[in-house]
Ligand binder design. Structure first.
Ligand SMILES: [Zn+2]
Length: 210
């Protein structure tokens, strides 16, 4: 709130000033894609996103991640909830909302987990509990050099469940900021399913164009 007084809110997509009670300007909201994106991750999970990672949406996400414009997460979370309601779950039928965890070194560098902030807001908007169910067990950054299949195989070992009692038999909404290949979401979802999750739905702000 203090930061919002020093830096009055700006529309995430066009950067024009907006009122404090708004999350984006009306013109940008009117320019949202009509239909959410739906993609299937390599392990067969459904992933829903309000946006494609391009133009003003890509810029808003970059501002959020790299320039610390965390205010943008309000708009992203509202768009995610609306995309989920429009597609699969009108009633937001989840027991718990969680997010993709970050490596410790990246968390130290950035100071916040961008997926966690969006996840908490999604939970708040849909009146569901939020809990961090996964941790990143291996702090490795060299997975970019691996092929897609390798990454999926490798990735799974990077995550583990820290709260199995909150996973077993639960319908889980797994949040990240962006889906690229879907390898990360797949790996996290698999760990949740291995720990007895009843159902996992993935949702992100934007999916990268194929
Ligand atoms: Zn705008």
């Amino acid at each position: 709130m203090l930061l919002e007084l020093i830096f009055p809110p700006k529309c995430p997509y066009c950067r024009k000033g907006i009122r404090y009670d708004m999350t984006e300007c009306l013109a940008c909201r009117a320019g949202y894609p009509l239909d959410p994106r739906i993609e299937i991750t390599p392990k067969g999970d459904i992933c829903i996103a309000p946006f494609t990672y391009e133009n003003q949406f890509a810029r808003a996400l970059k501002d959020y991640k790299f320039s610390g414009r965390t205010f943008n997460s309000k708009s992203f979370a509202a768009a995610i909830v609306s995309a989920i309601r429009k597609t699969y779950h009108k009633d937001m039928d989840f027991d718990i909302v969680t997010c993709v965890p970050m490596t410790k070194s990246r968390l130290r560098k950035r100071g916040f987990n961008q997926a966690a902030i969006i996840g908490k807001r999604v939970a708040l908007l849909s009146d569901k509990p939020y809990s961090e169910l996964l941790i990143r067990t291996v702090d490795s950054e060299h997975q970019h050099y691996l092929g897609r299949e390798e990454r999926i195989k490798h990735n799974k070992k990077y995550y583990s469940c820290i709260s199995p009692e909150n996973v077993k038999g639960k319908k889980i909404l797994l949040i990240d900021d962006i889906m690229t290949s879907g390898a990360t979401l797949s790996s996290c979802s698999e760990v949740l399913r291995d720990n007895g999750a009843d159902r996992v739905l993935c949702a992100v702000t934007a999916i990268v164009k194929k």
